[in-house]
Design a protein around this ligand. Structure first.
Ligand code: XMP
Ligand code: MG
Length: 184
């Protein structure tokens, strides 16, 4: 799917595929350097982080292992409820492991704070976070995010894994939707 397939649904491209690729290359270089000689486990948070995981992992030179978690925090709305449920847990025992959580976006930060304390209680050797996108509200919760792709304005974004009502995840870029899509 591409801009051409969007009809009138797209308001604008916020971050192009080329910008995403360049940023992931930068982040991968930092991660390769920081974890050199270690046995890194990267954990993707489904479903949004699928694209970031796939592209970041292919950009890394280090041989990482990959695992997935699925959590739900939104119910049907577009606001985080803070109540997080595990829909799919890790297959890996992370006790004593170096773990890097890979996220698509940190908005309120509620999901991530919950996830961090949940995973921390399992005794990893280290636990860090890499996110492609971060919104301004994330500053309100004190979570230390080691690798951030882009700080973006407080707009609802779709594409590159991010959805609106499960659509638009397969856009190769991050964009915003035209108001009529939201029923506006
Ligand atoms: P919180 O608010 O807990 O939310 O940091 C994180 C999760 O909420 C989803 N999310 C979005 N999804 N466009 C989306 O498609 C957005 O603008 C957006 N903001 C938050 C996302 O699943 C993220 O992991
Ligand atoms: Mg997510």
């Amino acid at each position: 799917m591409d801009e051409k397939d969007m009809g009138t649904d797209l308001a604008k491209v916020l971050i192009s595929k080329e910008e995403i690729d360049a940023k992931l290359a930068e982040l991968a270089e930092l991660i390769d350097r920081d974890y050199a000689g270690r046995d890194l486990l990267i954990v993707g948070v489904l479903k949004g982080a699928v694209m970031v995981m796939a592209d970041l992992a292919r950009t890394l030179h280090s041989p990482v292992t990959m695992d997935w978690m699925a959590v739900s925090s939104y119910g049907m709305g577009t606001k985080s409820s803070g109540v997080v449920r595990i829909l799919k847990d890790l297959d890996t025992d992370i006790n004593g492991r170096d773990v890097l959580i890979v996220e698509d976006i940190i908005d309120s930060g509620l999901t991530l704070s919950w996830l961090l304390s949940n995973l921390q209680s399992r005794g990893p050797a280290s636990l860090e976070v890499c996110t492609l996108l971060r919104k301004p509200d994330a500053a309100k919760v004190s979570i230390d995010v080691k690798y951030v792709g882009f700080d973006i304005p407080n707009e609802f974004v779709v594409g590159y894994g991010l959805d609106y009502a499960e659509k638009y995840r397969n856009l190769p870029f991050v964009g915003t939707l035209a108001p009529h899509v939201y029923g506006g």
